[in-house]
Design a protein around this ligand. Structure first.
Ligand code: UDP
Ligand code: MG
Length: 316
């Protein structure tokens, strides 16, 4: 398998049994109209429904589909990475299986990539489609916090991207275990162009991301893209120090004048205040420590249970 594949289409799926067959057909039929050599990679991110057998059917019915099945749910970010790492192509497009990233745009995105000589074409959401209130609330605040802390402006960005092989080789050199795909694409640099698009509604059901998964992702994004929170501990210690000096002077002053120091109130407030600051600082350090611990363990990022191509042609 050499570089004759012009476009690799990476599709992570998780519990999509109901719609994957139909949605894949839509994607396939749409992209068939582009005159370009395509290979599909569908990554089953540890689905617990029939998704994998659907994917196997797809592999049998279409010639150019590769299937990768994770041994459990490792999350969309790692599914995307497994897809990128599993194939050599000139360009890669990442898309959802639920048709929220409409395949009809890919032709224009490729066009834009060519005319602007870009390495990355980023799908930018013009409207956010239908999202639950909780999702929207988390998303909004998360992006605000992320921008504040890391400077990554990802508010309307999406995983819907076309990246070329230079970008993918750069991404492959990243060894971290917990990844945030969009953040890393931003981090590697290269020439980016934006492609505004309208998010379609999900074809079936609701988002596969639970609130817990989203919060986890938010933490990964922040912890792996900035160490600013660690400095908060220093800032708070400076503030505490200033307090200490003021109160110290006041105490000495009272002492010099022969006054008794007023009550326990000050002491109690000080203890409460400083101990909560210490706890908070320790908490922040704890987050980073646990990330370092995870990285140091050196476990593989994901585990592939099986990789399948047509006619059960097994490969690494
Ligand atoms: N997905 C995945 N692993 C997960 C969650 C989701 O591979 O743990 C896939 C999912 O099957 C879909 C894509 O990622 O193809 C986007 O998921 P979804 O549409 O549920 O997310 P949203 O549209 O809310 O971002
Ligand atoms: Mg979706």
């Amino acid at each position: 398998m050499g570089d004759f594949i012009e476009l690799a289409v990476i599709i992570p799926v998780f519990n999509e049994a109901k719609m994957i067959t139909r949605n894949f057909k839509t994607i396939y039929d749409t992209l068939k109209q582009i005159d370009i050599g395509i290979q599909y990679v569908i990554i089953d991110d540890g689905s617990i429904d029939d998704t994998w057998s659907m994917v196997q059917d797809i592999i049998e019915s279409y010639g150019n589909v590769k299937g990768i099945r994770f041994s459990r749910n490792f999350g969309k970010e790692l599914a995307i990475f497994a897809g990128l790492e599993s194939i050599k192509a000139q360009k890669y497009v990442i898309m959802d299986s639920d048709l929220q990233y409409p395949p009809k745009y890919i032709k224009d995105m490729l066009e834009k990539m060519k005319t602007e000589n870009a390495d990355i074409v980023e799908g930018i959401k013009k409207s956010r489609g239908k999202e639950s209130f909780g999702y929207r609330l988390i998303a909004k605040n998360f992006y605000r916090l992320l921008e504040l802390l890391t400077g990554l402006k990802l508010k309307n960005s999406s995983d819907f991207k076309i990246i070329n092989k230079r970008v993918v080789s750069a991404l492959r050199t990243i060894n971290e275990k917990s990844l945030f795909f969009r953040g890393l694409v931003d981090w590697v640099g290269f020439k980016k162009v934006e492609f505004p698009f309208i998010v379609d509604e999900r074809e079936d059901g609701t988002s596969r991301f639970t609130t817990r998964m989203l919060i986890r992702l938010a933490f990964i994004a922040i912890l792996s893209h900035t160490s600013k929170p660690l400095y908060l501990t220093i800032i708070s210690s400076v503030i505490m120090f200033v307090f200490a000096i003021i109160l110290g002077i006041q105490t000495l002053y009272n002492y010099a004048l022969g006054h008794a120091i007023g009550g326990f109130t000050t002491v109690i407030i000080l203890i409460l205040f400083s101990s909560s600051l210490i706890m908070f600082s320790l908490g922040i350090i704890g987050f980073y420590l646990s990330r370092i611990y995870n990285e140091v363990k050196g476990r593989p990022r994901y585990i592939i249970a099986e990789s399948v191509m047509r006619k059960d042609e097994k490969y690494e």
